[in-house]
Design a protein around this ligand. Structure first.
Ligand code: SAM
Length: 248
């Protein structure tokens, strides 16, 4: 039940790390918010550096004490609950809200509750994290396509929506996010589908942060390099000729 006028919800893309990659529109939305919901990616842990948070309620939804599936319901519930109570809510997300960010689910939950929800795009890690390590996802005369794919499920998983063999034939750059755990299976599938083992590859962990690490190798070596270097999430890997340009 609403009491008086509802507030609004704004989904704000926070970029990959450093808060200076937040957009001006995103910053204004945060300044105008009464409540800010943050999670663990993007500039969430720097909010107090770039924003006067006095009078604002900050809720770290990455620390909600629920399992992963339930947590999204809880986040949706908090967005709706606070906005229905008349507060302006900003939801600060890593990267872009619509790139593997569940932003559209949050917008739908707000719309179902009759709330106005707007979206401020963000700098996605899929492009900016490779760039931070010197890798352009496209380059004239080298690749005319890049595909951003989620590696959170291994090839062959019954719920996977990715046609990995087709990706191996596309011929452009492949950017895998959320793929650390499944790197062996993913690279193995691409190799089995005919992508050359010598295809350049790069992996970048915690891009655009002080902790950034990047390793340059080949498709066939990538999983072993990641294991040996203990590459951990969040990380992006890039497979394709552009990955060899960084040190060319
Ligand atoms: C749930 S997805 C969210 C993606 C986000 N919406 C975006 O547009 O960047 C999280 C994944 O993004 C990638 N990622 C996000 N920030 C990153 C960073 N700073 N460095 C490396 N990878 C990052 C990782 O693959 C991580 O597992």
């Amino acid at each position: 039940m609403t009491h008086g006028t509802s507030g609004t919800v704004t989904l704000v893309g926070g970029g990959p790390g450093g808060w200076d990659l937040l957009t001006i529109r995103g910053l204004r939305a945060l300044e105008a918010a009464d409540v800010i919901l943050t999670d663990h990616l993007g500039p969430a842990d720097q909010v107090e550096e770039f924003l006067d948070t006095s009078g604002k309620e900050l809720i770290d939804v990455s620390k909600l004490p629920y399992g992963r599936q339930v947590a999204q319901e809880r986040i949706n519930g908090l967005l709706v609950e606070h906005a229905l109570a008349g507060r302006n809510v900003a939801r600060l997300k890593g990267g872009d809200p619509y790139v593997f960010g569940r932003g559209y689910e949050e917008l739908q939950a707000c719309a179902a509750a009759g709330l106005t929800c707007s979206v401020v795009p963000g700098v996605t890690s899929a492009v900016s994290v490779p760039a931070a390590a010197g890798v352009p996802v496209t380059q004239r005369g080298v690749t005319h396509a890049f595909t951003v794919v989620s590696g959170h499920l291994p090839p062959g998983h019954p719920s996977s929506l990715v046609d990995w063999p087709a990706l191996a034939r596309v011929g452009g750059t492949i950017v895998v996010i959320m793929g650390v755990r499944n790197a062996h299976a993913i690279c193995g599938e691409l190799l089995a589908a005919g992508l050359g083992g010598g295809t350049p590859a790069a992996v970048i962990q915690e891009g655009e942060t002080a902790a950034q690490r990047a390793f340059f190798t080949s498709l066939s070596e990538l999983p072993d390099v990641m294991e040996r270097e203990r590459v951990a999430s969040p990380a992006v890997y890039v497979i394709g000729e552009v990955a060899g340009l960084a040190h060319a």
